[in-house]
Design a protein around this ligand. Structure first.
Ligand SMILES: Nc1nc2c(ncn2[C@@H]2O[C@H](COP(=O)(O)OP(=O)(O)OP(=O)(O)O)[C@@H](O)[C@H]2O)c(=O)[nH]1
Ligand SMILES: [Mg+2]
Length: 751
C-alpha cells in the first residue's frame, strides 16, 4: 500500500508502527504490510442466490451479477461470490479449507480466495469459473496463466473507432499496449509508455449506433482493468465507466456501472480435457436496447426504418443481419438475446464505406514565386547619413515539401503565389517575402510542363511534361519557383543608376503520385484483395460483393518481429485491356511503379468452369502489368488464391493445378498460397512469402526483438527505396505510339 505524505510535512513525518520509529525524508517509500488475522476474518457462507450455468464434480460456472465482489478484500469482507459459493456447496465456516486455494502471496491472502482462478471487476457481469477440487484448481490456474482459456467480453463503448468495424469472426483490431499502475493514483491502471506488463486485446465491433458501439473484446492477457484501459486508450471508453470513461455522457445515460459483460468462456475441462464453452445471459444489455434491439428487430425480419437508426452503418448491419437470420434458423418474432449476438457475431466480411475520401493522384499546379521589391527611389545620401540604401526585399520562393501526413493531392490548390518582397523604404531594406511551403505526399513525382511551341487547332498551347524530381523521404524539399531578387539602391552604382527587383519565377507543374509500397495486390474485381489486406494488416476499407468496391489505392503495413515492415498496396480491380487504360487500368497500374514485388490475387473458388481458367487469369494480369511497364517483368511475383473456404467450389483443386502448371510454364517455382480471409487461413504463410519476395536475404527471427524502453524516436524502419532504373515516362504517350522521348537529365534548382 502506498500513500502520499504532504510535501510541507515531509521533513517532520515519522512513521510509527508497532514500536518501530523512523524519520521520513522526501520521496522515501515505506512498505507497510498489514497482518490480517484470518481467524477474525473467517469466511462465512452466506445465502446469496447464484445463477449457475454449469456444475460438475470439478467445476462450477456462475453468471456473476453486477455489484458482486469476487472474493473478500479490504473494504469488502462479506456478500462476495466466495461467500455465496460456500453456501451453495453447503459448507460451514469450518469446512472452508476443503476448497482449494493458491499457494503464492497475492494482494489478499490466498485463504480468502478459495476456488477462484480468475477475477471480474465489481461492475462487470458474466461468466466466471470456480474450481472445486485441488486438481482442477491447479489445472485451471495453469490454463489461465498460459492463456489457453478463451475469454470473450461484450461491451458497450462510446465513440466509434471505425477501425473496429468490419472484422471477420475471430479477427479484430489488435490493441497491444502495456499496462501499469498509475503513478499519481495507485488505484487506477493506465497504458505504460515504458515498462509495464504486456497486454493484448482484440476488438471488433458488432454493431454501431451514432455515439455507441457494441464491441466484442477478446483479451489474450488478463491484466487488471485491461479491457477498460485498452478501450479508453483507443478513445472508445466503456459506457458507465466512472474511472476511465466519459463522465458527462455517463451521467446523461444514467448507467451506474461499466457496461462490460464476460459473455463467453471457453476452456478445456480439467479432468476430461474436453473443450467446453459457456455463455452468460445477455440480460445486462437488455436495458439499453438501442443496438441490441436493432439487431433483434432485424433478426425477426422487422423493418427498422421507423426506429431511431438513421445511421447508415446501423441500417446496413441490421439489413444484413436480417438476411442472415433465417439461415441460422432464427426467425422467431422475439429472438433471444443470445440469438441476437449470434447473428451479429456471424457478421461477414462486408464492411461499410470508409476512407473513401476522394483521392487525387495527378494534378496540375501553377506556382508563382514572389517578385523582388524595388529600392527606395530618390533616397537622400549624405556622408552624415551612414545607413545603407533602401534596397528592395527578396521575393518568397515556392517550395514543395514531402510529408507522411497527407496522402493525396486533394488539398493542393491549382495556383499558388508566394509573397512579394517589399519595396525599400528610406534607408531600410524592404521586407523579404516568406517562402511558401506546399506539402505533398511521399512518392510524388514533379514534372514541369514546358511549352512545346505548338498549338492545337482551337489555339490551345501544347505543353510537354519533363521530369524534375521525386520525393521519397519525409521532409524532403524541392524549390519549384525561385523568388525574385530585391532591387539594389543607387549607392552600388553610378549616381542616378539603380536596379529594380527581378520578377519571381513562374512554373507550370504536373504532380503525380505513385504510392510507396513494397508489394502490389493485382487482381480482377471481387477477387478478395481488400479482404486479404484487411486480414493481414490494420488497413481497412470497403469490402463488398459488388465490383469496384475499392476505388483508390490503400496501403497496409505488416510489421514483423524484427521491425521489418512490408507495405502492401490494395488496388482497384483490373480487367483485360488495362494497359490501354480500359476501366482506368493505367491509372491503377501506375501505383505498381514503386512496388518491389507483385502479388496476383485470384479467386480460386470457381467450380468446374473451364472458361474461367485460373492460370489464364494470372497470365492476363501479369501481361497487363508488363505491357504497362516492362520493368514489372523483372519483379518477383507470387499468386495468392483466395476464398479457399468455399470447399464446394473446388478451390484446393484449382490451387494445386495452378502450382504445377505455373512450374511447367515458367520452369521455376512461383509461390502459390491459398488463403481464406474470412476464416484467417493461410495468412501467416502468405505474409511470410510476401516478406521473402521483398527481402529474400533477411530471414525472419524466431523471437521478438525487445523494445528499447528509452527509445524516443521512431525506430529506423528498414524500408529500402527501390533502386531500379528511373521511371519509364511512357504512360503519357499513346500506348500505340513508338519510341519514347529521351529523358532530359533532371536538374534541381538551387534556392
Ligand atoms: N467466402 C469467402 N468470401 C470472401 C473471402 N474474401 C472475400 N470474400 C468476399 O468476396 C467479396 C469481395 O471481396 P473484396 O475484398 O471487396 O474484393 P476486392 O477484390 O477488393 O473487390 P474490388 O475492390 O471490388 O475489386 C466480398 O463479398 C467478400 O465478402 C474469403 O476468404 N472467403
Ligand atoms: Mg477491394
Amino acid at each position: 500500500m502506498t500513500w502520499n505524505i504532504p510535501d510541507d510535512a515531509f521533513a517532520r513525518s515519522v512513521a510509527t508502527f508497532e514500536g518501530f520509529c523512523q524519520l521520513l525524508l522526501f520521496q522515501d517509500i515505506v512498505d507497510v504490510s498489514f497482518l490480517v488475522d484470518l481467524s477474525a476474518l473467517s469466511l462465512e457462507p452466506e445465502a446469496i442466490e447464484l445463477d449457475i450455468l454449469y456444475e460438475d464434480d470439478d467445476l462450477l460456472i456462475v453468471n456473476k451479477p453486477s455489484g458482486m465482489v469476487v472474493h473478500p478484500a479490504p473494504g469488502n469482507w462479506t456478500g462476495t461470490l466466495v461467500n455465496a459459493v460456500l453456501h451453495h456447496f453447503g459448507f460451514s465456516s469450518e469446512d472452508v479449507h476443503r476448497l482449494p486455494t493458491a499457494c503464492g502471496a497475492g494482494p489478499t491472502p490466498a485463504e480468502l480466495r478459495p476456488g477462484i482462478v480468475h477475477r471480474l471487476d465489481v461492475g462487470t457481469t458474466g461468466v466466471i469459473a470456480v474450481a472445486k477440487t485441488v486438481a482442477s484448481f491447479s489445472v485451471l490456474s495453469q490454463a489461465f496463466a498460459e492463456r489457453e482459456v478463451q475469454k470473450t467480453y461484450l461491451a458497450l463503448a462510446l465513440g466509434g473507432r471505425k477501425c473496429f468495424l468490419g472484422h471477420p469472426p475471430g479477427g479484430g483490431y489488435v490493441v497491444d499496449k502495456a499496462i501499469a499502475r498509475s503513478k499519481s493514483n495507485r488505484r487506477i491502471m493506465g497504458v505504460a509508455e515504458t515498462g509495464g506488463r504486456p497486454a493484448l486485446s482484440r476488438v471488433r465491433a458488432l454493431a454501431k449506433d451514432r455515439e455507441k458501439m457494441f464491441v466484442e473484446v477478446k483479451p489474450r492477457t488478463g491484466r487488471t482493468h485491461q479491457i477498460r484501459v485498452h478501450l479508453a486508450s483507443e478513445h472508445t471508453p466503456i459506457l458507465g465507466d466512472e474511472t476511465y470513461g466519459w463522465q458527462h455522457i455517463n451521467r446523461r445515460a444514467d448507467v451506474q456501472r461499466p457496461m462490460l459483460h464476460a459473455y463467453e468462456l471457453s476452456l478445456n475441462h480439467p479432468s476430461t480435457g474436453e473443450t467446453m464453452t459457456f455463455r452468460g445471459s445477455m440480460e445486462p444489455f437488455r436495458c439499453f436496447g438501442a443496438l441490441v434491439s436493432a439487431a433483434a428487430y432485424a433478426a425477426s425480419g422487422a423493418r427498422v426504418n421507423g426506429a431511431r437508426h438513421s445511421d447508415a452503418v446501423a441500417k446496413s448491419t441490421t439489413r444484413r443481419a436480417a438476411e442472415r437470420a433465417p439461415d441460422l434458423g432464427i426467425s422467431t418474432e422475439q429472438p433471444s438475446a443470445n440469438q441476437v449476438v449470434e447473428v451479429l457475431g456471424q457478421q461477414d466480411l462486408e464492411s461499410f464505406p470508409r476512407l473513401q475520401r476522394p483521392f487525387v493522384d495527378r494534378t496540375w499546379l501553377m506556382a508563382k514565386a514572389g517578385n523582388g521589391g524595388n529600392p527606395a527611389p530618390n533616397a537622400l545620401r549624405r556622408p552624415h547619413l551612414p545607413k545603407g540604401p533602401g534596397y528592395g526585399g527578396h521575393g518568397g520562393s515556392v517550395i514543395l515539401k514531402a510529408t507522411t501526413q497527407i496522402e493525396s493531392f486533394l488539398d493542393i490548390p491549382q495556383k499558388v503565389t508566394a509573397p512579394h518582397g517589399a519595396d525599400g523604404h528610406d534607408t531600410r531594406r524592404g521586407r523579404t517575402g516568406d517562402d511558401l511551403y506546399l506539402q505533398v505526399p511521399l512518392g510524388t513525382i514533379v514534372r514541369e510542363r514546358i511549352f512545346s511551341g505548338y498549338t492545337t487547332e482551337e489555339g490551345r498551347r501544347i505543353f510537354l511534361p519533363q521530369f524534375r524530381y521525386q520525393f521519397l523521404r519525409h521532409l524532403d524539399t524541392y524549390v519549384v519557383a525561385k523568388g525574385g531578387i530585391g532591387g539594389i539602391g543607387p549607392k552600388s552604382f553610378k549616381k542616378g543608376d539603380m536596379r529594380r527587383g527581378t520578377p519571381g519565377q513562374r512554373t507550370r507543374l504536373e504532380l503525380e503520385l505513385r504510392v510507396l509500397n513494397d508489394v502490389a495486390l493485382l487482381g480482377l474485381p471481387n477477387a478478395g484483395k481488400t479482404s486479404l489486406l484487411a486480414a493481414m494488416s490494420r488497413a481497412h476499407t470497403r469490402i463488398g460483393p459488388e465490383e469496384f468496391s475499392t476505388t483508390r489505392p490503400h496501403v497496409g503495413v505488416i510489421c514483423f518481429r524484427d521491425r521489418v515492415e512490408v507495405r502492401v498496396c490494395d488496388l482497384p480491380g483490373l480487367k483485360h485491356g488495362a494497359h490501354q487504360d480500359k476501366l482506368m487500368g493505367r491509372r491503377i497500374l501506375r501505383h505498381t511503379y514503386r512496388s518491389r514485388a507483385l502479388a496476383f490475387v485470384v479467386n480460386v473458388a470457381r467450380g468446374e468452369k473451364s472458361e474461367e481458367d485460373v492460370l489464364e487469369e494470372v497470365e492476363m494480369l501479369r501481361q497487363e502489368a508488363i505491357q504497362f511497364d516492362p520493368l514489372n517483368a523483372e519483379k518477383p511475383w507470387m499468386v495468392i488464391g483466395t476464398k479457399c473456404d468455399m470447399l464446394h467450389r473446388d478451390p484446393l483443386f484449382h490451387l494445386d493445378s495452378l502450382f504445377y502448371r505455373l512450374r511447367a510454364r515458367y520452369e521455376d517455382e512461383i509461390p502459390v498460397v491459398g488463403t481464406s480471409s474470412r476464416f484467417g487461413l493461410g495468412l501467416t504463410r502468405c505474409v511470410r512469402t510476401l516478406r521473402q519476395l521483398v527481402y529474400p536475404d533477411m530471414l525472419e527471427p524466431r523471437y521478438r526483438l525487445g523494445a528499447d524502453p528509452i527509445l524516443k524516436e521512431h525506430p529506423k524502419v528498414l524500408h529500402l527505396p527501390y533502386e531500379g532504373p528511373l521511371p519509364s515516362l511512357g504512360e503519357y504517350q499513346s500506348p500505340t505510339a513508338g519510341a519514347l522521348p529521351a529523358i532530359v537529365q533532371p536538374k534541381k534548382l538551387e534556392p
